[in-house]
Write a protein that binds this ligand. Sequence first.
Ligand code: ATP
Ligand code: MG
Length: 692
Amino acid sequence: MTGVLASPYLASLNDAQRSAVEHGIVSGSANAGGPLLVIAGAGSGKTNTLAHRVAHLIVHGVDPARLLLLTFSRRAAAEMERRAQRLVASATKLEGQRPLAWSGTFHAIGARLLRMFATSIGLDPGFTIHDREDSADLMNMVRHDLSLSDKSERFPLKATCLAIYSRAVNAAEPLDEVLRKQFPWCASWENDLRMLFDAYVEAKQAQHVLDYDDLLLYWGELMKVPELARDVGARFDHVLVDEYQDTNPLQAAILRALKPDGAGLTVVGDDAQAIYGFRAATVRNILDFPGQFPSPARIVTLEQNYRSTQPILTASNAVIGLARERFTKNLRSDRTAGEKPCLMTVEDDAAQAECVVAAILENREDGMSLKEQAVLFRTSHHSALLEIELTRRKVSFVKFGGLKFIEAAHVKDMLAVLRWAENLADRVTGFRVLQLLEGVGPSTAGKVLDRMASHSPLDALALFPSPAKAAQSWTELVSLVSGLHRAVTPWPAEFDRVRQWYRPHLERRYADAVVRAGDLDQLQRIAALYPSRQAFLTDLTLDPPSASSDEAGSPRLDEDYLILSTIHSAKGQEWKSVFVLNVVDGCIPSDMATGSVEDIEEERRLLYVAMTRAKTRLWLMVPQRFYVQQQMRKGDRHLYAARTRFIPADITGHFERKSWPAPRSSLSPLQNTVARVDLQERLRGMWRRTGS
Ligand code: ATP
Ligand code: MG
C-alpha cells in the first residue's frame, strides 16, 4: 500500500481524535511512537478513533498481520475490523485487504498464542478449554477427592472456591489478602483452600485442560521468559486495546511485557465506565498507565460527545457527577435539542413489560426500526416478563448476556462429545458424556475414567464391561469417539455424526426434545462457519454466540429485531432509543452488591453506562413493586421498590417524570404524584444497609 498517503477519512475527525490517530506516524512512515492513552467519556469517539488509527497504520504501510487489536468481545473486534477496512478501502481504492490476523479478546488471543508456543512451555498443544461451569465441576471433583466436602463445618461451595481462586489469579494477589479483603467468611479455610487449589492445578495439568484464568495466567508466565517474550512482542508492531478500564492487573502486566518501552502501545478507555471490578478489573490500570514506561505516555482527552443529545448527556453527567472519584471530564454535545430522559413510574414489573413493549411499538410506528432500540437490565432474569410480552405480541428480539444458549444442557451434551474426542483426558467432559448413556451413573463413569487414565484410553473404553442396559449404546459410543478422535470424518460433517448419535439420547432425556433440536440446528449452522473442530470449540467456549429467544423464533439476519441486553454486555454500543428496566434500589444497585463503597460505586457507573448508550430517547423504568424469586426461603413474593439512590431528588429535574398508564382524568396528576412520592419515601429505608 505504499505511495498511497491520502487520508480523506481524517477529515471527519476532530483535532484531538486526529492527533491520537496520527500519533507516531511521521512523514509517511508508521514508526511505532511512544505509548498513547486516549481517556474520555462515553460516546466521545474512542472506539471510532481506534478504528481510524488501525486504518491509518495500514494505509501507512503497517502489515495488518503485525497489528494486535484487543477488544472486549469477538463481536467488538469484528466490528472494529470492518470499520477499519472500510476506511482503508476508501483511502486506497483497494478492496479485499488482508484481514487483521490478530484481533479478539485477551482470552482468545491468549489461547492462540499458547497453542503456538505450547511445546516451548511444556503444554499439550491439543489442550481444551473449560468454561466457568466446567471449571466449577472440576473444582468440585477435586474438593470431593480431598474429602473437603465432608468437613463438619461447611467448606465453601464449588462456585465460591472458584471465585476465590479466580480472584487471586486475576488480581495477581496472594491468597491470604484475597480472603481478607473479599471473602473474610472463608478466611479460616486458608490452608485447605491452598491444598484444594494446588490439587486443582495438578488435575488440570494431568487432563490437559486450561480454564479461562489460565489463558491469561499462562500467557503472563510465558511473557516472563525473556526469549519468549521477545519472540511474542516482536510479532507485533502495534498493540491497540479498547475498553482498557476493564482490564485486570494480569492483563496490564501482559501488555507491559509485550511492549516494555511502550512503543506502539495504544490504549483507550473511560474510568467512569469501569464495571468489571467484580472480576478483578481495576481502574488503576488506566489511571497508572502513563507512568509505567521509561518515557511517559502521551495522553489525549476528548471533549465532544457525538452520540447523545445534550439532555441525555446532562442527565448522565448528573448521575456520574455524584461519584466519589472520577478522572474523565463531562462532555458536551452539539445535539442540543431533544427530549429529557424519562423516569417512568409503573405499578409493577408486569406493567413495566407492557409499557416498554407499547413504547417500542409506538417508536416503530414513528419510523424507528426495532434494531435501533434496546432494552437493558442489570441481571439477565430481569427481562423474563418482557420476553413473554414480546413473544405474545410477536416482536422478534435477540438477547445478549446472561445465560448463553451453549449453557443449555442439550447443547452442552453435544459439545461435550466433541470436546471429549478432542481431549480424552478431560474428566469433567468424559463424566458428562458417559452419563448420557442409559444405566451409567456417576460411579460407573468414574471407574471408566480411572481405567482410561491408566491404559490406552480408547482400548480401556472399549474393553470396559458396560452395564447391561447400556450394552448397545456403549458400542456405538466407542465407535463414535474413536472415529472422532482419529478424525475419520472431516469437519463439519463430524458434527452431523455426533448429532445422529445423540438423537435417541436427546429424545429419551428431554420431554421437549423437538424444541431443543432447534437449538442444535442453530449450533450446526455455527459449526459450519469454522474450519476445524478445535477452532469451533475454542471460540464457542471463549466467546459464545448470543442467545436468541426460542419463543420468538431466532430472527434471520435480514429481519428487524429488538435488542435485549444486560448492561454489562451493552458496553461500547449505542441505540437511538434505550429503555433501562428496574431502575430501583435492589436492582441498581443490585442487592447482591451493596457490600462495600466500591461495590456501590461500580453500580453507579453501571447506570451511567446504561444511560450513555442512548442517542435520542432514554426511558428509565421505575416499577413500584417487583416480584422476586426467593432463594433462601421458600415462596416468591412481591417487594416494594424505591427509585434508585443514584437519582436522588436534587437531580430529578434533569428528567421528565411520567407514570404509566397515564393518570385517569378523574384523578388529578398532583394527587397521584403525592401518593407515589410518599410511598417511595416510606419504603426507601427497606433496602438501605448501614454504612452504604
Ligand atoms: P463508549 O465510551 O461508549 O465506548 P466511544 O467513546 O468509544 O463510546 P464511539 O462509539 O467511538 O464512542 O462513538 C460514538 C458515536 O459517535 C458513534 O456513532 C461514532 O460514529 C460517532 N463519532 C465519533 N467520532 C465522530 C466524529 N468525529 N464525527 C462524527 N461522529 C463521530
Ligand atoms: Mg467505545
